[in-house]
Design a protein around this ligand. Structure first.
Ligand SMILES: Cc1cc2nc3c(=O)[nH]c(=O)nc-3n(C[C@H](O)[C@H](O)[C@H](O)COP(=O)(O)OP(=O)(O)OC[C@H]3O[C@@H](n4cnc5c(N)ncnc54)[C@H](O)[C@@H]3O)c2cc1C
Length: 511
């Protein structure tokens, strides 16, 4: 085969939301660059980005309690919540740009307004939620949030959750109407459809097997054309490893020093899906609870109204579990195969450290459906087993690495970007906050890998994403403008958007 024909500027591995975002941004910034995509499955957005494989929460830290930890002095730390909210605003702006400029259409097919709520029980937790609410209310990013510990008010907000609740324990919730449900699978497909129109070469059923440096400093990617059972070699100046759970093994193949002492631990997930339309109709919110003691942050239980294929659904979960696969469509040998001489001590240290996580996962795997519905009854006291089915969600590969704070073999729950020192290759590992902050993650890769292009790109980035490089929490006017314009572009609930952001103070509804 003629190698010259196979040279390209950019190779994107994987057709999930991350590669879709990278490709879409690059096509706006440097339209003349040639981009090739290799995806081992038959279509885009079929792994973690698929709507049934993730929870579809537009993570903006409106309801996720793990982003606002309680400090030893009892106050609530909100810096992570501010960061994640600002990152989500970047995604909203870029998606709005894509809609306004007809790169994608029908935003209602991928994003819908839905109130985001946090719900807790017990006086300590109610106190914590109140303090969290007070702290967040000081930031314009969370304007419009309401707090209530009044059961009558809660019955209005979440009738299904309050029905049949007999406990006399204090209960409280916060609610903010500017939350969203995002169908990342549909969005990924839309972005890839547009990329195809822009002459991006998208190769489905092509599995990347190896990545090697060439003598001229480029990268050679070995690809198995699964349909024709042929091996191809493609070279590029820049490679993005956006393989989701499959990124770690590919990163290890590059041999770059940054790929050493990094491991991955797969955590699988299950959701309960309501099959009774009458029950689905009685709930309209994403309601996040508090993680159980010893449970990892990604297993925070939540009851979610979802909009999938223009149909309202109700999901509860995720229940965590263990599977050695790095992708839902992966192999049982994935975990073992990722243990290399360079990371074996990191992996062993993590194994010794994370015994409580292992115990938790084993317990979760052993749960019967009846036991799962018992957990659901903490949210819906009247829940019946026959109204709920189980669906298997995507795999999350949590990154294990050596850190200064945590020492050898520390489990990371966030998203990790790994780049070569010369910026010629980048990989995205980890899964939280995940798809919601894809635009931020890709902009960070640009800053690390394309510093020489950034100056030229900056005006276009600012046209697409007006808050790029600006702290929205410190610029309430820009925040308000962005909220109103993105709500309009994405067809989101404008009334609640403007209400939330023009109203100077958040509302407290107490007993
Ligand atoms: C249970 C669960 C709940 C979640 N909830 C949320 C949520 O509510 N909100 C949120 O924002 N995020 C959530 N996430 C995280 C989010 O789903 C991920 O961060 C995001 O989808 C990752 O996108 P990606 O493009 O990196 O990976 P993926 O969507 O998995 O795409 C990677 C692609 O690469 C392909 N690939 C892999 N290896 C190869 C190879 N060797 N050759 C060719 N192709 C390859 C795969 O087939 C796949 O199509 C959740 C994840 C899970 C598992």
């Amino acid at each position: 085969m003629d190698n010259l024909q196979k040279k390209t500027d950019i190779i994107l591995i994987g057709a999930g939301i991350m590669s879709a975002t990278m490709g879409s941004l690059l096509k706006e910034l440097s339209p003349e660059w040639n981009i090739k995509v290799f995806e081992k499955l038959e279509k885009a957005g079929s792994e973690s980005s698929n709507e049934w494989n993730n929870a579809g929460t537009g993570h903006a830290a409106l309801c996720e309690l793990n982003y606002t930890p309680e400090k030893p002095d009892g106050s609530v730390e909100i810096s992570k919540a501010i960061k994640i909210n600002e990152q989500f605003q970047l995604s909203r702006q870029f998606w709005s740009y894509l809609v306004n400029n007809k790169r994608i259409s029908n935003p209602q097919d991928f994003i819908m307004s839905i109130p985001h709520m946090s719900l807790v029980q017990g006086s300590d937790n109610v106190n914590f939620l109140n303090k969290r609410f007070e702290a967040l209310s000081l930031s314009p990013l969370f304007k419009g949030m309401e707090f209530s510990d009044n059961p009558e008010k809660l019955k209005e907000w979440i009738p299904l959750i309050m029905e049949g609740r007999t406990t006399s324990e204090p209960i409280a919730a916060t609610k903010i109407d500017s939350g969203t449900d995002v169908n990342f699978g549909a969005l990924t497909e839309m972005m890839f459809d547009h990329l195809k129109e822009q002459n991006v070469e998208i190769n489905y059923k092509h599995s990347v097997k190896d990545i090697k440096r060439t003598s001229d400093g480029r990268w050679e990617v070995k690809v198995h054309d699964l349909e024709n059972d042929k091996i191809e070699y493609h070279t590029a100046n820049f490679v993005f490893i956006g393989g989701g759970g499959g990124s770690l093994p590919l990163l290890q193949k590059t041999g770059i020093p940054e790929s050493k002492q990094v491991g991955g631990f797969p955590v699988s997930g299950l959701f309960l899906v309501c099959n009774n339309p009458e029950i689905v109709e009685q709930h309209h919110a994403k309601v996040y609870g508090k993680a159980k003691v010893g449970a990892p942050p990604m297993s925070v239980p939540h009851l979610d109204t979802r909009f999938i294929d223009n149909k309202k659904s109700l999901l509860f979960g995720p229940f965590a579990g263990f599977s050695p696969k790095f992708l839902k469509t992966g192999s049982n040998l994935d975990l073992l195969g990722s243990v290399k001489p360079s990371n074996v001590f990191t992996m062993l240290a993590a194994g010794a450290k994370e015994l409580s996580l292992t115990k938790y996962l084993v317990q979760q795997v052993m749960l019967s459906n009846e036991k799962r519905v018992e957990e659901l009854r903490e949210f819906i006291p009247t829940a019946q087993l026959e109204d709920w089915d189980v669906v298997v969600a995507g795999q999350r590969v949590q990154v294990i690495k050596d850190t200064e704070a945590g020492g050898k073999g520390t489990l990371q729950f966030g998203t990790e970007i790994v780049t070569a020192e010369d910026g010629s290759i980048a990989a995205l590992l980890g899964a939280s906050p995940g798809a919601s902050t894809a635009v931020h993650a890709m902009l960070e890769i640009f800053e690390r890998c394309f510093p020489e292009n950034l100056k030229e790109w900056e005006p276009k980035i600012k046209e697409m994403i007006p808050s790029y490089g600006v702290s929205l929490s410190e610029n309430p006017e820009l925040l308000q403008e962005i909220h109103v314009t993105t709500a309009r572009a994405l067809g989101l609930n404008e009334e609640s958007e403007s209400l939330g952001y023009t109203d100077a103070k958040a509302t407290v509804l107490s007993k």
